[in-house]
Each structure stands twice: as C-alpha cells, then as structure tokens.
Write a protein that binds this ligand. Structure first.
Ligand SMILES: NC(=O)C1=CN([C@@H]2O[C@H](COP(=O)(O)OP(=O)(O)OC[C@H]3O[C@@H](n4cnc5c(N)ncnc54)[C@H](OP(=O)(O)O)[C@@H]3O)[C@@H](O)[C@H]2O)[C@@H](O)CC1
Ligand SMILES: Nc1ncnc2c1ncn2[C@@H]1O[C@H](COP(=O)(O)OP(=O)(O)O)[C@@H](O)[C@H]1O
Ligand SMILES: [K+]
Length: 472
C-alpha cells in the first residue's frame, strides 16, 4: 500500500525520531536521498550544473546539504538564497564542498543582461528547496520571480513542490511544477490528490525511518488489489461467487445498459442479471448471452442512462436490501441510500449538484468535497476524475493512480459502475469494491490503450487481462 500522511502526523513522527538520533542525522538522511535522486536524473555529477533555490526553513537545509554532496561529485552547484535566514550549517557545508552562494544570483544577472524573457538553459537542474511541509501557499513574489528566472530548466522538488497546499492538494496561486519530487518518510497528500498531484512529477520516496500512524490517504498497489480480489476457490459455483444485478439504461440510452452490463460481466461475479426496458433486454442478451433476467442478487448497479426511470429503478433495487452502486441519473435520489452500504459514483459535475456546490470548486478541492459527501450520505463515495478518490467516514481516503487521459471517454463510467457492482456481489465491502474496481478500471484502460485511443467497450474487454497479470 502506498500511504500519505498529514503534516501534523509527519511532525509528530519526526519529533520522536529526532529525540532518538544525533543532531542533524535526519536531515543528512533526507539530503543524501535527495542528492542520489538528482544524480540519477542527471546521469552523474561531474560537469553538471545545479541551481539550488533555498528558502528559510529545513527544506532549504536539505537542498544545501544535497548540494554539498553533488559538489563533491564534481557538479557546479550554485545556491540562490531567498531569505537571509537560510540554514547556516547547510550554507557552510555547501561552501566547504566547493559550492557557491552568489548574491545577486548569477542566473538573475545573466537574465538581466540578456533582457530575455526566455532564460538560457544555464543549469541542468533546479533543486526546489523553497518551502516544504512548513510552507503556506501561495509562494511569495520573490520566490515566484526566482522560478520565472529559471523557467524551462527541469525541477527536482524537495519534499513537496513549493507553494502547493500539502494536506489538501489545493492550489492557491504561484507554485512549483516539478519533474521529480523527492519526498521523505512518507508520501504527502498533495503528491497524490489533484490538482497539486499534477505538479509533483515522478515522486521518489526516501525512507528516513519515521514510525507513522494510519495514513490520511492510501493508494492500492498491485499486491493490495490481488489480496482483496475475490479469487474463486476450488469448490466455487456461480452462486457462491455472487450474483450482480444491473438496472441501467433506457429506451433513450440503451448503450448505458450494454456498458454497465459489460463492466458487471467482467467475470468477477458468478452471474449477471439485467432488468430494464424489454427492447433493451433483447439487446443486452444479444451482446451478453450469459446474462439472465430478474431474480435474487447480492448487489445492484443502478442509474447509468436510466433517464426518467432512475428513481423507480433505485426503489426496486433498495427493496432487496443488498449493497448498491448508485450512478449517474440515480445520484439525484442518493439521499434514499443515506447510511446504507452503497457506492455513490459521481463525477465532479454530479457531486457539485448533489452538494449544491460549484463544479469548478469541486475540481479545485476534490478531497474536501468527497469527504464532505461521504459524511453527508454516511456511505462510500467515489469521486471520478484523473485521480479518482474513494471516501468513507472514518477511513483513509483511497486514491486511484492507475488510468490514462484516454479513459475520459463516454460510457467509461458506466463500465466502472458494473465492475464495482460485481465486486460488491462477490462480497467486498463498498470501500474495497470502489477502490479495487477503480484501480482495475484504470489499469484496463492502460492495457487496452497501448498508447492510443480507446472507447468504453475496450476497457471492459481488457479487464480479465488485467486480472490475469496480478501477482498471485
Ligand atoms: N519532518 C521530517 O521528518 C523531516 C523534514 N525535513 C525537511 O524539513 C522540511 C520542513 O522544514 P521547516 O519546518 O523548517 O519548514 P519549511 O517548509 O522548510 O519552511 C517553512 C518556512 O518557509 C517560509 N515560508 C512559508 N510559506 C512561504 C511561502 N509561501 N513562500 C515563501 N516562504 C514561505 C516561512 O518562514 P518565514 O520566511 O516566514 O520566516 C516558514 O517558516 C520538510 O519539508 C523537509 O524538507 C528533513 O530535513 C528531515 C525530515
Ligand atoms: N483525465 C483523466 N484521466 C484518467 N481518467 C479519467 C480522466 N477523466 C476521467 N477519467 C475517468 O473516466 C471515467 C469517466 O466516467 P464518467 O465521467 O462517468 O463518464 P460517462 O458518464 O461518460 O461514463 C471515470 O472512471 C474517470 O475516473
Ligand atoms: K520544496
């Protein structure tokens, strides 16, 4: 499991460790991890040109000590101190290793001489040590101006891209966009949650020995998915594996029925039932001969393309008192499932309507809003997007890191609802079904795409292939 903790949790764990270690040991661990990540990116140290942007806190200290390691490896290292209170021992260590602290910074002087809006690539890499977990967004104007001066140079962020809100992933003005983020002890929320996650680049975790509590956020990895997946046991028959029912689609939107069923029929449940408009039933049976009609189920999927029949479909499903996936048109009636075992699957626009918020605000603060929705409805909420979020009261939010932009295609959400329904029917909790389903759905998109475009049916077809690649 990949885990992310809050600043408060990191600070508490750090305090315990600091008390047990010699002074400076923790920063040395961080700085060496950072230096080796930079060496890895640059393919070595000798002859490379490194600019450190150094703020007033320990984040700048990490950058300075890493700069000293790089200077000893033969790199030209220059520090741009953005505060007159930069880490003094770090500055001394950099100087001793042959690094330079220049005021005003050379890069600024050259830029002024050229009068150019496009700075020359004087450096191979910028190390962003402006602020770490002690920063408050947005970046101050002097820090923002320093970033402008080095625009175009690859950036390695120290711990966090400076200027993003560490615990929420929200943006509030000027911030760093990193190519690589080297983080310490644990992941931070902003590295996984959008919009900030889009500015973290590749995230490299350096273990510094922190002992941490239950995280604020977690991301399933292939081994976690494999452990949660309902592998059929040798004595299984179709009913022991669970039956999923789909009440989706309508005469107006028959495709939604086909796609929901395609997701549900990925093989994770023992049987799929479909209930709907008779003309749609015929089309579903033609495409999926294994799908049967109404009867007992262990979970229902309701709402994709249900149109004006959504409330009736939801009421009918509720009568069976089994876990539900509530999607699309049925989300309007989500208050009917308050406190029940269910997965609500809105995208940002649908969640905005449910909460009476603005879509733009939901996109700017997805973590805040998905948590709010889970509290309001007292159940599991999956907010779909680039990095989908699964929230349930009292549990870490799970973030999906599989998937590709090609997955933003009509009907992909219908397939997802079906997959989650199959997992519910197989006995997973709503929380696990939503997060495992979302992970598989993203991975199936990647597998189907091979770099090119896909449509929703491709995602459904690729699901068994993804499952086959999971570690046993
Ligand atoms: N925790 C751990 O386990 C370990 C932590 N380590 C490292 O320590 C880092 C945390 O260091 P930290 O606490 O000194 O805070 P940090 O983020 O460097 O600076 C905060 C200072 O910046 C300023 N400032 C604030 N907002 C600003 C803005 N918008 N724009 C510009 N400046 C702004 C403000 O100071 P001011 O200028 O207002 O006096 C504030 O006090 C952590 O991220 C990691 O890298 C590792 O070494 C070892 C293990
Ligand atoms: N930029 C993106 N990158 C990766 N996945 C995305 C992106 N945008 C949307 N998705 C995924 O695509 C699916 C779209 O679902 P949805 O919005 O319900 O569409 P539809 O209603 O057409 O089925 C969701 O699973 C969502 O997480
Ligand atoms: K930083």
């Amino acid at each position: 499991m990949l885990r992310a903790h809050t600043v408060e949790q990191v600070r508490a764990a750090e305090a315990t460790l600091l008390a047990a270690l010699p002074e400076g040991a923790l920063m040395q661990r961080a700085a060496h991890g950072l230096a080796y990540a930079v060496l890895d990116l640059l393919g070595g140290g000798y002859g490379r040109r490194v600019l450190l942007l150094v703020g007033s806190g320990d984040n700048g200290g990490d950058a300075l000590y890493a700069g000293a390691v790089l200077a000893r490896r033969g790199a030209y290292v220059e520090a741009w101190l953005l505060s007159d209170r930069a880490h003094q021992d770090g500055v001394a260590a950099l100087r001793e290793a042959g690094g330079r602290v220049i005021d005003p910074p050379l890069v600024e002087v050259r830029r002024a001489q050229r009068g150019a809006s496009k700075p020359r690539r004087d450096f191979d890499v910028v190390v962003d040590g402006i602020v770490g977990i002690g920063g408050r967004p947005p970046l101050r104007p002097d820090a923002a101006a320093a970033l402008d001066a080095v625009a175009g140079v690859p950036v390695v962020a120290v711990d966090i891209p400076s200027g993003v809100d560490v615990d929420t992933g929200e943006l509030a003005g000027s911030h760093v966009t990193a190519d690589v983020t080297v983080t310490f002890g644990t992941h931070k929320v902003a590295q996984l949650v959008d919009p900030a996650a889009q500015h973290s680049g590749v995230v490299h975790l350096v273990d510094i020995g922190l002992d941490l509590p239950e995280p604020a956020l977690e991301a399933l990895q292939p081994a976690d998915v494999a452990a949660l997946l309902p592998w059929p046991d040798p004595q299984a028959h179709k009913y022991t594996r669970g039956v999923v029912g789909v009440r989706a689609g309508s005469a107006t939107y028959p495709g939604a029925a086909l796609l929901s069923v395609a997701g549900a029929d990925c093989g994770l449940a023992g049987m799929v039932r479909y209930v709907g408009d008779p003309a749609v039933v015929d089309r579903v049976r033609e495409a999926h001969p294994d799908v049967v009609g109404d009867g007992r189920v262990q979970a229902w999927v309701v709402g994709s393309g249900s149109d004006s029949g959504a409330e009736e479909a939801l009421q009918a499903a509720l009568a069976d008192e089994v876990p539900l996936v509530v999607d699309a048109d049925a989300l309007e009636f989500a208050d009917l499932v308050t406190g029940l075992p269910a997965v609500l699957t809105p995208h940002a626009g649908e969640l905005a309507t449910m909460l009476g918020e603005d879509r733009v605000d939901v996109e700017a603060r997805p973590l805040h809003h998905v948590r709010a929705a889970a509290d309001v409805y007292g159940t599991t909420v999956l907010l779909k997007g680039r990095h989908s979020l699964v929230a349930e009261p009292g549990r870490p939010v799970r973030v999906t890191t599989t998937g590709i932009p090609w997955l933003a295609t009509a009907g992909a959400g219908d397939v997802l609802g079906g997959v989650i329904g199959a997992l519910l029917a197989a006995g997973l909790t709503p929380y696990d079904a939503a997060s495992v389903g979302s992970w598989l759905h993203g991975a199936a998109a990647t597998l189907a795409s091979r770099g090119g475009p896909i449509v929703a049916t491709d995602v459904a077809r690729a699901l068994p292939g993804v499952i086959a690649t999971l570690p046993a």
